[in-house]
Structure formats: structure tokens, C-alpha cells
Write a protein that binds this ligand. Structure first.
Ligand code: SAH
Length: 339
């Protein structure tokens, strides 16, 4: 088992079961996440025999950076996992801090038609530790502190629900990476039962929904998940989530040329979101060679934006980071595997 798979409570339990002092958990957390040790022997205030047992029971590192591509204010990392699978993470430097977009699975089963990641079926879930380590390895390589984490890389986080919840507990913990819950965002394509379950998760993290269409007709064409959970069910679950958490949700909306970007689509979207505490993030599509979709024209995006704004929907157009370095979801991994 990987040491980064454990919450501080689980680690306390481990030490108790071995008749060690429970507070070793706090100490070890601070060695791992604050001093960022790479071998248990560096944890000098923990007894040698305990360190030896830790070495026997846990692996420290399970993932390695194999390439880094750099663009303006952005770096994209390709990692190799211990079973030789590949995943990616993207670091973005904002004026408010450094945000890391991490992967949650190897491959993805959601099959969104415009998405590069979905071209490869899910191979497996990432462990909690493999997700934590993406952050640690990037902090180490870049020399920067990651202040924001978005779970928007390869994979569907709500198809790896338990590990995502553990990840949040570990990185949010004051002795862990101490990343504020409000600085953590989980993005889902809309798995309704998990949205409902997440509404009881007691951390004030952000929820983003990949909406991408204002009606089921368009959504069914581009997002197969919509057949399992149609828009009315999705919107009802979001209302329940809002009722319980009182936390504004984000709707992501990729602008796809001639697919979902007409004036009528904008008006329909306004109607769909009426009365929901949300904001809409319009995303210029990042084109990828293997797929036929094209990004909407700048004027079309501007018009769509204006219609939402005029109708009092809070809306932003996503700042672009990774265009030149294949930073769209799954692109770097595909490039590598095609080579
Ligand atoms: N499965 C989750 C999280 C991973 S995808 C989800 O669906 O939300 C993260 C976001 O990137 C989603 O909104 C997805 O629709 C979007 N995306 C995928 N490919 C893209 C591309 N080529 N250009 C822009 N956004 C893309």
C-alpha cells in the first residue's frame, strides 16, 4: 500500500494497532506533506524500529514525472505509474495562485464525443495516493506551492468516488497539504447519484458540472451519460445539492462550432439555469486532430456570452492556457501512446 493513500485517521489507527504512539500519525503527516521526505529514514523523530516497520508496510512513491511541456503560465506533466500506465496533470499560474488540474483515472468510460481522454476506455481508478502524488511531484519539480486543485484531468472523479473523498480529506488537512476546501474543485459529467451523495460530504469544496448543452437532444449526441441521467434529473440533483450546501455550482460549457453555440441554444440555457445559484464558464474548445469537432468562432462565443449576461446569468469565458502544448484533457497521453 502507498503511504499517501492514508488519511491521518487511518494512519493513527495503523499506529494504534501496532501498539505505537498515536501521535506518530501527526508527526509522519508533517514529514510527508510539510517537509516532503522521500524516505522514511528522514523522519528522524520517529524511532528506528517504527521506521523499519513503515518501510516494510508502505511504499512511498508510486508515480514518476516522465515529460514536462512548458507554455506561457502553464506546464503540462506526463506521469508514469508503477504499472507503466500514463496520466497527466496541468499546472496553471494565475494571479491568485498556482492551480493544478489532476487526473482521477487511467482512461475514462464516459465516452464524451469531443474528449480525447474518452478515446481510451477506463483501465482502472487511480488510488488516492496516486492523486496526492501528482500534487507533490509537481510542487517538487516546479518549486511552487499548489494553492488550488481541480479534479478535471483524465477520468470521471465521481466514478472513483471514495478515493476522491479521501484525497480531499488528505490535501485539505492542516497537517497535510493544507489546501483550503474552497480551493478544491471536483468536475463531473453529471453522475446524478454521486452528486446527491456529495451534497452530504462535509467539506466546502466546489462542484463543477460539465453541461455542454442546453437540452437533452444535443447533450445525448455529445455526452452518452445524458442517456442515463437526463437533464431534468441532473438539474433536480443540483437543486438538492444547492439546498444542502448553499455552495454555488459552476457549469462548464464547451463552445463547439455549429453544435451547441447558436443564439437559440443560449436562450435555452438561460431558461434551463433560471433560479439556480450558479455561474457558467464558457470554454473555447481545444481542438484535437483525431476528433472532428471545431471551436466556435470568437464572435459566436461573444454573442453567446452577451445573451447570458443580458439575462443575468453570471458568466465568464475561460482564459486559455494550454493551446500550444496539447493541454486539453488527455491530449499529451494520446500523443505519447501514438508515438
Ligand atoms: N469527467 C469530468 C472531469 C474531466 S474532463 C468531467 O466531465 O467534468 C474536464 C473538462 O474538460 C470537462 O468539462 C470536459 O468536458 C472538458 N474537455 C474535454 N475535452 C476538451 C477539449 N478538447 N477542449 C476543452 N475542454 C475539454
Amino acid at each position: 500500500m502507498g503511504i499517501y493513500d492514508l488519511t491521518i485517521e487511518e494512519l493513527s489507527e495503523y499506529f494504534l494497532q501496532n501498539n505505537d504512539k498515536k501521535f506518530y500519525a501527526t508527526e509522519l503527516f508533517s514529514w510527508l506533506y510539510n517537509k516532503k521526505i522521500t524516505s522514511f529514514d528522514e523522519a528522524s523523530n520517529i524511532k528506528k524500529e517504527v521506521r523499519d516497520r513503515l518501510k516494510k508496510d508502505f511504499i512511498i512513491s508510486n508515480i514518476d514525472i516522465i515529460t514536462v511541456e512548458e507554455g506561457r503560465d502553464v506546464k503540462k506533466y506526463l506521469f508514469k505509474l508503477s504499472d507503466f500506465e500514463h496520466i497527466e496533470a496541468v499546472l496553471m499560474n494565475h494571479d491568485y495562485g498556482n492551480s493544478l488540474c489532476i487526473s482521477s483515472q487511467v482512461g475514462c468510460n464516459m465516452g464524451c464525443k469531443f474528449c480525447e481522454s474518452g478515446r481510451r476506455k477506463k483501465v482502472r481508478n487511480l488510488t488516492t495516493g496516486e492523486m496526492v502524488e501528482q500534487i507533490l511531484k509537481v510542487e517538487n519539480e516546479s518549486g511552487l506551492r499548489i494553492s488550488h486543485v481541480v479534479i478535471m484531468g483524465i477520468g470521471e472523479p465521481f466514478d472513483n468516488y471514495d478515493n476522491i473523498c479521501k484525497l480531499i480529506k488528505i490535501i485539505n488537512h492542516s497537517k497535510g497539504l493544507n489546501i483550503g476546501a474552497r480551493h478544491i474543485t471536483v468536475s463531473t459529467c453529471g453522475i446524478v447519484p454521486k452528486i446527491l451523495e456529495f451534497s452530504d460530504f462535509p467539506y466546502q469544496v466546489n462542484l463543477a458540472i460539465s453541461l455542454h448543452a442546453p437540452n437533452d437532444y444535443i447533450r445525448n449526441k455529445i455526452m452518452p451519460i445524458s442517456k442515463a441521467y437526463p437533464l431534468d434529473e441532473l438539474i433536480s440533483s443540483i437543486k438538492i445539492y444547492l439546498g444542502k450546501t448553499n455552495r454555488r455550482v459552476t457549469f462548464e460549457y464547451i463552445m463547439l462550432d455549429d453544435v451547441n453555440d447558436s443564439v437559440d441554444n443560449a436562450i435555452e440555457l438561460v431558461r434551463l439555469l433560471r433560479g439556480i445559484n450558479c455561474y457558467v464558464n464558457l470554454i473555447p474548445y481545444n481542438e484535437t486532430d483525431a476528433l472532428q469537432y471545431r471551436r466556435s468562432k470568437p464572435l459566436t462565443i461573444a454573442k453567446f456570452y452577451d445573451i447570458l449576461k443580458e439575462n443575468n446569468v453570471t458568466v465568464t469565458i475561460r482564459r486559455e492556457f494550454g493551446g500550444t502544448i496539447s493541454a486539453a484533457c488527455g491530449q499529451l497521453r494520446s500523443k505519447r501512446e501514438e508515438i
